[in-house]
Design a protein around this ligand. Structure first.
Ligand code: S6P
Ligand code: ZN
Length: 196
């Protein structure tokens, strides 16, 4: 998202969110992430190959609206993660650190259930059980990823500064300390095999 090309207004502004669908209007940009955009994140590469040989489904989509004033840069993002698994691993977001080390974020789960995974570069790790109504403050320096373990959409609202930036590379390279998989019919957190 190129901040300089977006409209700037010093007046209050609103969008309208629909709890039934997890959509809001107006939005300025929508990004879809399909299995082929996320393939290296998942543990079961044979299952990734099967999905790619098929219809390469959408895993999640994000709608963005920037609120830019002459002195501030709030971003609103609403992410809808579809229910699904690749092998036994649940659908999830890529996850990222913020490039700027002074930038937190608020995540508000409005629908569905799952986990918010959080990890620092030093290796501190937390998995927060999530359900509709959970609001989590993500402090600066904590990478964040959301996993949908339910049979319905998981929808969450994110509020952050656009200037925070995104650093995806460390997560793409190593993942988080734990992965979330279905075992005996229930979601389980297990050590990430890529960290061995
Ligand atoms: C931005 C914020 C969210 C995510 C979105 C998708 O800082 O955390 O809007 O961008 O949930 O996740 P990801 O990891 O693919 O950017
Ligand atoms: Zn973020």
């Amino acid at each position: 998202m190129q901040i300089p090309s977006l409209p700037v207004s010093d007046s209050p502004a609103s969008v309208q969110f629909d709890f039934a669908t997890g959509l809001f209007t107006p939005f300025v940009d929508v990004v879809e992430r399909r299995v082929n955009d996320l393939q290296e994140m998942f543990h079961d590469q044979a299952a990734v190959g099967e999905l790619l040989a098929g219809d390469n489904p959408v895993v999640y989509e994000i709608r963005y609206h920037p609120f830019l004033t002459t002195t501030s840069d709030m971003g609103l993002g609403v992410t809808r993660i579809y229910p699904g698994q690749i092998g036994i691993e649940y659908y999830m977001t890529k996850g990222h650190f913020h490039e700027r080390t002074d930038q937190p974020e608020i995540y508000f789960c409005v629908r569905g259930e799952g986990f918010l995974l959080l990890e620092t570069r030093a290796g501190d790790f937390e998995a927060v059980p999530w359900k509709a109504g959970t609001i989590t403050h993500i402090p600066p320096l904590w990478a964040h990823r959301v996993v949908n373990t339910g049979t319905d959409l998981l929808v969450f609202v994110a509020s952050y500064h656009l200037a925070a930036g995104h650093d995806y590379a460390p997560i793409l390279a190593r993942g988080f300390a734990q992965i979330v998989v279905e075992q005996e019919g229930v979601p389980q957190l297990v050590p990430n095999p890529r960290r061995r």
